[in-house]
Ligand binder design. Structure first.
Ligand SMILES: [Zn+2]
Length: 406
């Protein structure tokens, strides 16, 4: 195995944010189609006072004049609104609470005519599929559901698991490109997303002065990588796979945008976006339901519950960067003032890094991977500055004293 694969170029010294529980090991969001094995990542940045950029953005949000932002939203929407019965914007989502709220307020509060589009999660959960139906049926929208070839998804997820320990990566391609492809097909010029990536510190804070998503994140004119491999490498390994099988994963090229510029905007930049409130809105307006059980690796049951692969994804994130799902959830709630940092620490102590047992067998069956082999792959990705094996147990290094039991 490649000796560099557990070195993501992140700092070797872990720094914890003084306000939330995030660390400088959290990688920034990238254009996945440019991501390949050994490519270095940039981590979450910190201000001089030891506060992370996600918290700085949260602070910045408190000073925003939301009324004037809403006026800016109305101005922006008026440029795209159509009165001839055509769709005037795209909302992409799987039926999660955010996409429900986005589509709903656009249609019923701002008089837009959104087309909702769904790139299917890899393994829809029962509750996730029910929420998709609720979005469309109870919320009242037109929707295109696209499900990519399962045989190809299975192989790409498996390769992405083995090569970059990121089985959801091929799916991420779908999320980033599908809305743009559908917009081009229907001649729609506006795509609306929910939360700005800055909410999680996934984007540099200096880029948060604009509501728009840069083309840089979804346009790629070079040969692209998927699952850490080039298309040529995949075809060499699986000689029955054809070029046409990669259609759903093809990135948008600059030439596709020559005749139709696309505007990609974050609704959460214009309107205050609080996950808890979004949940209540989605429940009230589309019958959105939380899961019946707590999600593995965290304490909540209403976020990211539509794909069985998601808990595995966060578990692997924990292995690679020392940041699990509970830490994301708790950090966000600390920022929003719903819990204290001390409460967040206690939650992480209890739930962070929990083995995703509920759906793990379904995930490995789908990827056709043996669980013992999978564990070996997982362990080979643990960075040396974050993990050490003592008496057959993996111990986390450089953790907050109150979280680390050692
Ligand atoms: Zn922070």
């Amino acid at each position: 195995m490649n000796k560099n694969k557990n070195d993501y170029g992140l700092p070797k010294q872990v720094i914890h944010c003084k306000k939330c529980l995030m660390t400088n090991q959290k990688p920034l969001s990238v254009n996945e189609s440019k991501s390949h094995l050994g490519k270095k990542k940039l981590g979450l940045a910190f201000g001089k006072n030891g506060i992370c950029h996600a918290c700085l953005y949260a602070k910045k949000k408190e000073e925003i004049n939301w009324e004037s932002r809403e006026e800016m939203l109305k101005d922006m929407l008026s440029k795209y609104r159509k009165s001839n019965g055509d769709y005037d914007c795209i909302v992409a989502g799987s039926g999660g609470k955010d996409s429900i709220k986005q589509a709903h307020i656009l249609k019923y509060k701002y008089d837009m005519n959104p087309l909702t589009v769904t790139y299917s999660p890899i393994l829809y959960t029962k509750i996730g599929f029910r929420n998709l139906r609720s979005w469309i049926y109870n919320g009242g929208f037109d929707n295109y559901l696209f499900t990519p070839n399962g045989k190809i998804t299975s192989i790409l997820s498996k390769e992405a698991f083995i090569n970059i320990l990121h089985p959801l990566q091929p799916f991420k391609f779908g999320i980033k490109n599908f809305a743009a492809k559908m917009a081009l097909k229907f001649g729609i010029k506006l795509i609306i997303y929910g939360e700005p990536y800055a909410e999680y510190g996934s984007m540099d804070i200096n880029e948060t002065d604009s509501p728009s998503y840069s083309e840089e994140f979804f346009v790629n004119d070079n040969p692209y990588y998927i699952a850490g491999l080039s298309i040529g490498e995949i075809k060499k390994k699986y000689n029955w796979i054809k070029d046409v099988d990669f259609l759903p994963y093809e990135p948008i090229r600059s030439k596709d945008l020559i005749n139709q510029r696309l505007s990609v905007e974050f609704l959460g930049w214009y309107l205050k976006w609080d996950p808890q409130e979004v949940f209540y809105y989605a429940a009230e307006n589309a019958n959105y339901e939380p899961d019946t059980e707590r999600t593995d690796g965290t304490y909540g049951k209403y976020s990211g519950v539509d794909d069985k692969m998601e808990s595995l994804h966060f578990y692997l994130h924990y292995i690679k960067y020392g940041i699990g799902r509970c830490r994301f959830d708790a950090s966000q709630e600390i920022r929003n003032g719903h819990i204290t940092r001390e409460e967040g620490i206690q939650l992480c102590k209890k739930f962070e890094g929990e083995y995703p047992k509920r759906y793990i067998k379904d995930c490995y069956n789908f990827m056709n991977i043996d669980e013992n082999y999978a564990q070996k792959v997982i362990d080979s990705f643990r960075p040396k500055h974050l993990w050490k094996k003592i008496d057959n147990n993996w111990i986390r290094l450089q953790e907050l004293e109150s979280i680390n039991p050692f």
